[in-house]
Design a protein around this ligand. Structure first.
Ligand SMILES: CC(C)(COP(=O)(O)OP(=O)(O)OC[C@H]1O[C@@H](n2cnc3c(N)ncnc32)[C@H](O)[C@@H]1OP(=O)(O)O)[C@@H](O)C(=O)NCCC(=O)NCCS
Length: 236
């Protein structure tokens, strides 16, 4: 199941995307999967948490890209950063291919996808401690306030859904969170299973978000509104 092949259906068109995860316990020696330039970037990182996040994010992203590009040697796939921090894929067959990634507390997820169908992924670990701070920063829409008031899940998980939905959209648009967070708020949240939601954005009708709570984490994927995903990505 890792990496997981997905189909993006948009009208009559079908495109292939790959979802992959990486866990801290599987981390190999950096030289086994990083390019020379990535190794130099890694060696400049001072803090162990930053180092782990970098390695996990690169490993998940390269697994997804390796499957999409049919490239078994992950050192030949390079992931640089653009001026907004967005990941940039370098490989002889990577024209028109993008990647989006997220890491949180020892786990990373990534989606490799064709640039025609912009995607953004975000993973957060549910935290009661962080929930209060998050709530104060979100700049909630009326729809989000109503959803929170009627929620069937705990507050920390609900905050995770609202936060990751914003980050996923920001990544799909390559702006990250460099805008007022209320701009990225949700205008509609529909249940799509026991702990999953199909959401619409208040200000970006061209995009929607699929969010799911799994094992103390929340995973959100922003995708074009009219695009259907063949399956929900699996964390394990
Ligand atoms: C996107 C952003 C929020 C990162 O989120 P995070 O929860 O810290 O980290 P995640 O693990 O989920 O995602 C990190 C990855 O997002 C990707 N990313 C960063 N900026 C991005 C952008 N503008 N567009 C798309 N992807 C981006 C990168 O691949 C990054 O991994 P890398 O640095 O190892 O390559 C952050 O980079 C950003 O936009 N910061 C600017 C402002 C900010 O921090 N605001 C906080 C307001 S409270």
């Amino acid at each position: 199941m890792n990496p997981q092949a997905l189909t993006l259906r948009h009208g009559d068109e079908e495109r292939r995307a790959i979802f992959a995860v990486a866990e801290a316990v599987e981390l190999q020696a950096p030289a086994a999967f990083l390019s020379e330039a990535e190794l130099a970037g890694f060696s400049a990182l001072r803090f162990p948490l930053k180092q782990q996040g970098f390695l996990l994010g690169r490993l998940a992203a390269k697994r997804a890209l390796g499957a999409l590009l049919a490239e078994p040697d992950l050192r030949r796939i390079e992931i640089g950063s653009g001026v907004f921090g967005q990941p940039l894929v370098r490989h002889p067959r990577a024209e028109g291919i993008d990647v989006t990634l997220s890491h949180s507390h020892g786990l990373a997820v990534a989606l490799a996808y064709p640039a025609e169908s912009p995607l953004g992924v975000d993973l957060e670990t549910v935290s009661e401690v962080a929930a209060g701070t998050i709530l104060a920063e979100l700049q909630l829409s009326a729809a989000e306030k109503a959803w929170l008031a009627a929620r069937t899940i705990d507050e920390a998980t609900a905050c995770g859904v609202l936060w990751t939905a914003r980050e996923a959209l920001g990544k799909s648009m390559k702006i990250g969170l460099n805008c007022p967070l209320g701009v990225l708020s949700l205008g509609q949240l529909e249940p799509a299973g026991a702990a999953a939601w199909d959401c619409r954005y208040a200000n970006f009708p061209q995009s929607r978000c699929l969010s799911q709570a799994i094992d103390g984490r929340v995973l959100s994927i922003a995708l074009p509104s009219e695009t259907e995903l063949s399956a929900w990505p699996q964390l394990r």
